[in-house]
Design a protein around this ligand. Structure first.
Ligand SMILES: Cc1ncc(C[n+]2csc(CCOP(=O)(O)OP(=O)(O)O)c2C)c(N)n1
Ligand code: SF4
Ligand SMILES: [Mg+2]
Length: 351
C-alpha cells in the first residue's frame, strides 16, 4: 500500500477560516513517512499557513521532484492541483505551468538531493528567472528515499550513521539562491513551527522567486551524533537573525508591538511583514551583507535562520517578459491569431 486516504468526517466544532474551511480541509492523504521525519512537520506548517491565509485550495498548484520530501505534497492540500515530476525537474515544469497560467499560486517542494545534485542547474535557473513561486527545500543532508547516502548539502566533516566523515564541500543552497537572484530567501528548521509558519506565509505572498531552505532531520539515516543535520545539532547551533509575523492586510494587525525593536515592511499587495530583529546588525535587505553573514557563521558551525533576504521591489518572470495580464491558457483564438492583415504588416516591418 503506497498511500492511505483520510476519513472525511470533521468534528462539527472545528474552527473555520474566512472561507468556512477547517484545517482538515487543507490536509491530504495519511503520510507514509517514518514517524518523526522532519518533512511531516513541514507539511503541517504548510497546512497551517494556507488555512491561515484563507487560500482557496483549487487556486494552488503544488509541484515536486522525487524523494521522501517530494512525496509530501500528497500529504497536504488534497484539493489542490498537483504534479509529481521527474527527479530534479520540478523547476522547469513549474516554470511552464506558471507561464501558462499566472493566476495560480505555485508551491514547489523538493529535497536536497533533488535540488542540489541532479536538479542543481534547474534550481539555479528558476531562481535567476524570478518565477513567481514558493520553493521549499526540505534539507536533511541525505538521500532519504534511497537509504541515506550523503547528499551535496552534507557538511564536510559531518558523520554518516556508520561513523564515516563526509569529505566533500557542501552546496549551501541559501547562498546559491542569493547569488542567483532569488528575491526572498529564508532558512528555518522543521522543529520550529513558530518561525516556519510566518516564513511560509510571507513567501506565498511574495511576488517573485521565494526560496525557503528548511533543515528537516531524517530520523532513519541522519539524526545521530556527529551529523550536522540532526535535531540536536540544529537546536544547539540555531542562530535566528530575526522573527517575523505576517499580516495579510494592514487592517488586520491586532498584536501590540510597543515593546520596540519591530520594523514594519509593507508589501505591494497591502500585506505587512512585522520583523523583530534578534541581531540588530543584520539587515535583510542587504544581499551582499547577508551572504557574508551566512558564510562567516557557517564557518563557525552555526545554522543561520530567519528571513535572510527580501527585495521589496521584486519583479517576476511575467514582468520581465512583459506578458499580458490574462493568463495564456485563457486567451482565445482571436487574441492569439492576429489575422492575415496584421501578419502582413509585421512581415513588411521586417523587410
Ligand atoms: C533520474 C533518477 N536518478 C536517481 C533516482 C534515485 N533517487 C530517488 S530519490 C533520490 C534522492 C532523494 O534525495 P532528496 O531529494 O534529498 O530527498 P529525501 O528522500 O532525502 O527527502 C534518488 C537519487 C531517481 N529516482 N531518478
Ligand atoms: S527515510 Fe528519512 S527522509 Fe525518508 S521518511 Fe524516513 S526519516 Fe523521512
Ligand atoms: Mg534529502
Amino acid at each position: 500500500m503506497t498511500y492511505l486516504a483520510k476519513p472525511k468526517l470533521h468534528h462539527p466544532t472545528l474552527t473555520r477560516n474566512k472561507l468556512g474551511l477547517t484545517r482538515r480541509d487543507y490536509e491530504g492523504k495519511v503520510s507514509t513517512l517514518c514517524a518523526g521525519c522532519g518533512h511531516d512537520s513541514i507539511s503541517a506548517s504548510i497546512i497551517q499557513s494556507c488555512w491561515d491565509l484563507d487560500i482557496q485550495p483549487h487556486r494552488l498548484a503544488k509541484l515536486s521532484g522525487i524523494g521522501c520530501s517530494s512525496k509530501t505534497p500528497d500529504y497536504f492540500l488534497g484539493n489542490s492541483h498537483g504534479f509529481n515530476t521527474v527527479h530534479g525537474r520540478m523547476p522547469s515544469v513549474l516554470t511552464g505551468a506558471n507561464l501558462a497560467n499566472r493566476d495560480l499560486i505555485y508551491l514547489g517542494v523538493s529535497g536536497d538531493g533533488d535540488s542540489a545534485s541532479i536538479g542543481l542547474g534547474q534550481f539555479a535557473h528558476v531562481m535567476r528567472r524570478g518565477v513567481n513561486m514558493t520553493y521549499i527545500l526540505e534539507n536533511n543532508g541525505v538521500y532519504g528515499l534511497t537509504k541515506g547516502q550523503f547528499s551535496a548539502t552534507a557538511d564536510a566533516g559531518s558523520k554518516s550513521k556508520r561513523g564515516v566523515a563526509n569529505t566533500e564541500a557542501a552546496v549551501d543552497t541559501v547562498s546559491l539562491a542569493l547569488l542567483m537572484g532569488a528575491t526572498f530567501v529564508a532558512r528555518s528548521f522543521s522543529g520550529d513551527k513558530k518561525q516556519l509558519v510566518p516564513l511560509i506565509k510571507t513567501a506565498l505572498a511574495h511576488s517573485g522567486a521565494a526560496f525557503l531552505d528548511v533543515i528537516s532531520p531524517c530520523v532513519a539515516f541522519n539524526n545521530h551524533q556527529g551529523s550536522t543535520k540532526s535535531y540536536d545539532y540544529v537546536r544547539e547551533h540555531n542562530d535566528a537573525v530575526n522573527r517575523l509575523d505576517f499580516w495579510p492586510s494592514r487592517e488586520a494587525i491586532t498584536v501590540d508591538y510597543s515593546e520596540g525593536g519591530v520594523i514594519e515592511v509593507p508589501q505591494h499587495d497591502g500585506s505587512v511583514i512585522k520583523l523583530r530583529k534578534t541581531h540588530p546588525e543584520y539587515d535583510p535587505t542587504d544581499r551582499i551583507g547577508a551572504m557574508n553573514y551566512i558564510q562567516a557563521h557557517a564557518a563557525k558551525g552555526e545554522v543561520v535562520t530567519g528571513l535572510l533576504y527580501l527585495n521589496p521591489e521584486a519583479e517576476d518572470l511575467h514582468a520581465h517578459l512583459g506578458t499580458v495580464e490574462v493568463p495564456f491558457n485563457k486567451l482565445g483564438e482571436k487574441d492569439l491569431c492576429p489575422g492575415a492583415g496584421m501578419l502582413e504588416r509585421i512581415n513588411a516591418g521586417l523587410r
